[in-house]
Design a protein around this ligand. Structure first.
Ligand code: AKG
Ligand code: FE2
Length: 269
């Protein structure tokens, strides 16, 4: 059986100017979401093909598609449909992320724009698209898809091809996420868990292969800048009875810490 593979696309940081110019241009330009998805699929299949030809068991590719460059490129070239679709998707998701961050801020008793600001605001929050391909497998229980993990992001948004496979560890057991048409899945990631001092949890999840069908998922990770911000529980979420659960770390240090812990866990197993 072929192994699950992933490709990455950096959707870019969406500054206010690029947002405005995208918005103006989008209104005069048709958007073919299906075509975008199809092209993304082709990109991921090519990635997998390259991976298998080179004998690797897993592969990941980073596409650097910064929004501003994409815009300029799109103005001159009709071959930019894929960029247009991914840009439009990024723009839509960025708006959704803002709304959700506002709602989460309010839930924590903070000012509406607070979490958004804490994760880097419009200028610094980075959106990255990762495409996961899970080949079908006659014995899914023997195969590892995307192993159990929590996302390091602030928020993650997932679209998929309506094949079940995402599982969440909830109340002590693995629960399969329902495939709800026309919906998008959202995870809270480690970044928000840290800022909220654990009041919002970064859920443990995994991706399984399916017996009969190929599964593809498109996960967009909204991440704070690597070094500019120190992530730690916000003072408003901490009290004498609620001490800080996480030490101050940059996002880069958090990633390093997780990788180190994982290596240690693997060594002791
Ligand atoms: O395939 C999925 O639905 C989830 C993938 C995932 O958790 C990830 O890429 O971080
Ligand atoms: Fe994940």
């Amino acid at each position: 059986m072929a192994s699950p593979r992933s490709s990455w696309i950096v959707l870019g940081k969406l500054g206010r100017n690029s947002l405005n110019s995208l918005w103006r241009r989008k209104r005069s330009m048709p958007t073919t979401r299906a075509l975008g998805m199809f092209r993304a699929m082709v990109a991921s299949l090519l990635t997998m093909l390259v991976g298998s030809l080179s004998g690797r068991t897993t592969s990941s590719i980073l596409f650097f598609l910064r929004i501003r460059e994409t815009c300029q490129f799109g103005l001159k070239s009709p071959a930019s449909t894929r960029d247009e679709v991914t840009s439009e998707y990024a723009r839509q998701l960025r708006g959704l992320a803002s709304k959700i961050l506002s709602a989460l801020s309010i839930c924590l008793g903070l000012e509406e724009g607070r979490l958004e600001k804490e994760v880097g605001g419009l200028e610094e929050l980075l959106l990255q698209l990762k495409i996961n391909y899970y080949p079908k497998c006659p014995q899914p229980e023997l195969a590892l898809g995307v192993e159990a993990h929590t996302d390091i992001s602030a928020l993650t948004f997932i679209l998929h091809n309506m094949v079940p496979g995402l599982q969440l560890f909830y109340q002590g057991k693995w629960v399969t996420a329902k495939c709800v048409p026309n919906s998008i899945i959202m995870h809270i990631g480690d970044t928000i868990e840290i800022l909220s001092n654990g009041k919002f949890k970064s859920i443990l999840h995994r991706g399984l292969v399916n017996k009969e069908k190929v599964r593809i998922s498109w996960a967009v990770f909204c991440e704070p800048p690597k070094d500019k911000i120190i992530l730690k529980p916000l003072p408003e979420t901490v009290s004498e009875t609620d001490p800080p659960l996480f030490p101050p770390r940059t996002f880069a240090q958090h990633i390093e810490h997780k990788l180190f812990r994982k290596t240690q866990d693997n060594l002791s197993n």
